[in-house]
Design a protein around this ligand. Structure first.
Ligand code: NAI
Length: 620
């Protein structure tokens, strides 16, 4: 009671009191208005955060721009702080689209979206929801890479936590500075391997920010529950160390025991601050740290590494999709990988799990997978030895560095490129694949586009149009024999947002690889007969919200079966259970409406009807 009185006193002191009293007097006129006024009065007194006036315009969670109604403007003390026009959220979205399209350079588009997010969160996510495929390459790769490289210029306002190595011993205290208590998902990087751009140190912050904005845009996870973090342990990038714009600590990268103690302290601090079911996604750590940290934490924390497991999940989803086209089980294939790094070995490991689920024993499944790296085929006899993370794929064969020869002698039915070597799948290699099998599966996953092992067109041209093709970067539709094919893009976005949503909803305690298989199957199941007919191994990305929702449901189901969920009782209505966790982009109504401005006699044109002249006028 005392606290209510206290709040009331504070409310009464605020500048809106007169407007509020005026509304109270006006609302005496009829019963309905009295009821509405009482509702707003109760809200006003009990409102937990006591934001007033300008705070509603400064806080991106509360901001509605010109969509604040007259009532809200009066009661909240906004009258005069906004121009007189009132716009609906839909009108605002149309204006934002128009503004976004006016920028030519992707980086300027990125900056526009960042500013919008910092100003008005609901408007930002409503805009992105109108055309996810259009906004994805700006919010994430490739544009986010540019933003990271120029992060010294992009950085304006804190949108995540920087925990640096000098904070060692005090990491929990630093984490407590983050003002939000209800964090459910953390995305963390140490900036050592940012996309294909190498060590960007603290500039890597663009990655967790981007990934978490996709959590909301693609799966509807509530934005305030997401926390981007950079573990700044220094950088070995000499250019950045002397760059006046650099925002991180100017120190060589700390490695070894001190690094691992620091990461351990960070993991413990996350759990202490936000609970043991807080999802911690590792992103863009370099090998071998990526693999070591995953193995160290996967059983003890609710964590996954998107570069290893997320990639594996999406590529295996593509293999499941391809299996629907070739009508062969996964285990009826022989796989040859070019590239045995974190992506390649992660995919190979999950393929083994998929084949085991189909009934093969683990050794037999491993025997169906051959890996080739910069030192040649992974065999126990090669001089350079086997990389530790891929030892289990070493074969008892003569070493070779001739990849084309390996394609000829091993006769794989599926070729997977994760080597960063653009054009490595030469026409001769592709032609050999067409000889190896009726429907060769060709996945050229390396990014960006010019690093792809072969283009979609080359794959179709050299396999008589019989291949099933997918890539890491998007390719335009392929024309072959008067038919148009839409090849798949193995974009991690198909998988990680849906997994995260399921994991958060069921408060999962750890994330076994089998959850990635579950997600992969559910993505492949969402391909329609039409998708399969035009060569798509993934459903269109424009359906991503639905795909993520379906994945989340399957993840929750599986989590209860595996006994790793911690929300009880077990939900019976999965749709409602997941829906409860979904962020609503529609503006909140802060104050019930008592009356509105009289309607204007002017009817505006739609934003699409704005004349060319008008566009020209605003083009500078
Ligand atoms: P990584 O650096 O860990 O591994 C690269 C591998 O390629 C190493 O095994 C290396 O020995 C091998 N390699 C390099 N040059 C070679 C050559 N000339 N011949 C044969 N092998 C060679 O890199 P990571 O993280 O495994 O990524 C590899 C590629 O996969 C990148 O281009 C990345 O963009 C792409 N990728 C695609 C994803 C997707 O499509 N969803 C997701 C993750 C990665």
């Amino acid at each position: 009671m005392l606290s209510i009185i206290h709040k009331f006193v504070i409310c009464c002191r605020c500048t809106n009191t007169l407007a509020f009293i005026r509304l109270a007097l006006q609302s005496r006129q009829n019963k309905e208005q009295r009821a509405q006024f009482s509702a707003s009065a109760v809200y006003w007194v009990l409102c937990p955060n006591l934001e007033r006036g300008i705070d509603y315009l400064r806080d991106a969670h509360l901001h509605k721009g010109l969509a604040f109604t007259l009532q809200e403007r009066q009661v909240l003390g906004l009258q005069g702080l906004l121009s007189g026009g009132v716009k609906t959220q839909e009108e605002q979205v149309a204006i934002c689209k128009y503004s976004f399209d006016r920028f030519d350079s992707p980086l300027n588009k990125y900056l526009y979206l960042s500013e919008l997010l910092e100003m008005n969160e609901r408007l930002f996510f409503s805009l992105v929801a109108t055309d996810v495929e259009k906004f994805l390459p700006i919010l994430y790769t490739p544009t986010v890479g540019l933003a990271c490289q120029r992060f010294g210029l992009v950085y304006r306002k804190p949108r995540g936590l920087f925990v640096n190595i000098f904070d060692k011993g005090h990491v929990y205290a630093v984490m407590k500075n983050w003002p939000i208590h209800d964090v459910r998902a953390i995305c963390v990087t140490d900036g050592e391997r940012i996309l294909g751009l190498g060590d960007l140190g603290a500039y890597g912050m663009g990655i967790p920010i981007g990934k978490l904005s996709l959590y909301t845009a693609l799966a509807g996870i509530k934005p305030h529950q997401c926390l981007p973090i950079v573990l700044d342990v220094g950088t070995d990038n000499e250019e950045l160390l002397v760059d006046p714009l650099y925002i991180g600590i100017r120190h060589k990268r700390v490695r070894g025991e001190e690094y691992h103690e620091f990461v351990e302290e960070f993991m413990q601090a996350c759990v202490k601050r936000y609970g043991r079911t807080t999802l911690i996604q590792f992103e863009d750590f370099a090998l071998p740290n990526a693999g070591t940290l995953l193995n160290r934490y996967r059983e003890r924390f609710c964590t996954f590494n998107d570069d290893i497991q997320g990639t594996a999940g999406v590529v295996v989803a593509g293999v499941f999709g391809a299996a629907r086209i070739t009508k062969k089980k996964v285990s009826e294939n022989k796989f040859l990988f070019l590239g045995a790094g974190s992506a390649g070995v992660g995919i190979a490991d999950l393929l083994v799990d998929a084949m085991v689920e189909e009934g093969l024993d683990k050794k037999a499944a491993q025997d169906k997978i051959y890996l080739f790296d910069i030192d040649g085929l992974l065999t126990s006899k090669r001089q350079s030895g086997l990389p530790a993370h891929a030892k289990h794929f070493g074969k008892d064969l003569e070493p070779t560095k001739d990849f084309a020869k390996a394609v000829e002698t091993l006769k794989p039915t599926c070729l997977i490129g994760a080597s960063t070597q653009g054009g490595a799948f030469t026409p001769a290699i592709l032609k050999q694949m067409a000889k190896n099998t009726e429907r060769p599966i060709i996945f050229a996953l390396s990014n960006p586009t010019d690093k792809a092992e072969c283009t979609a067109q080359a794959a179709y041209d050299n396999t008589e149009g019989r291949c099933v093709y997918s890539s890491g970067s998007p390719f335009p539709p392929v024309k072959y024999n008067n038919k148009t094919y839409y090849t798949g893009q193995g974009n991690n976005s198909y998988v990680f947002p849906g997994i995260a949503l399921g994991v958060i909803a069921a408060e999962v305690t750890k994330i076994p690889d089998s959850l990635f298989l579950t997600a992969a199957r559910s993505v492949a199941d969402m391909c329609t007969a039409e998708d399969i007919d035009v060569g798509r191994v993934y459903p269109p990305l424009s359906n991503i919200r639905k795909i993520s929702f379906e994945i989340a449901k399957k993840i929750v189901e599986r989590a209860y079966k595996l006994n790793i969920a911690s929300v009880y009782p077990t939900p019976t209505d999965l749709d409602a259970f997941i829906q409860h966790h979904i962020y609503k982009t529609k503006y909140l109504q802060y104050v019930p409406e008592l009356y509105t401005y009289p309607p204007s006699e002017y009817k505006t044109k739609s934003i699409e009807q704005i004349s060319e002249e008008h566009k020209k006028k605003f083009s500078q």
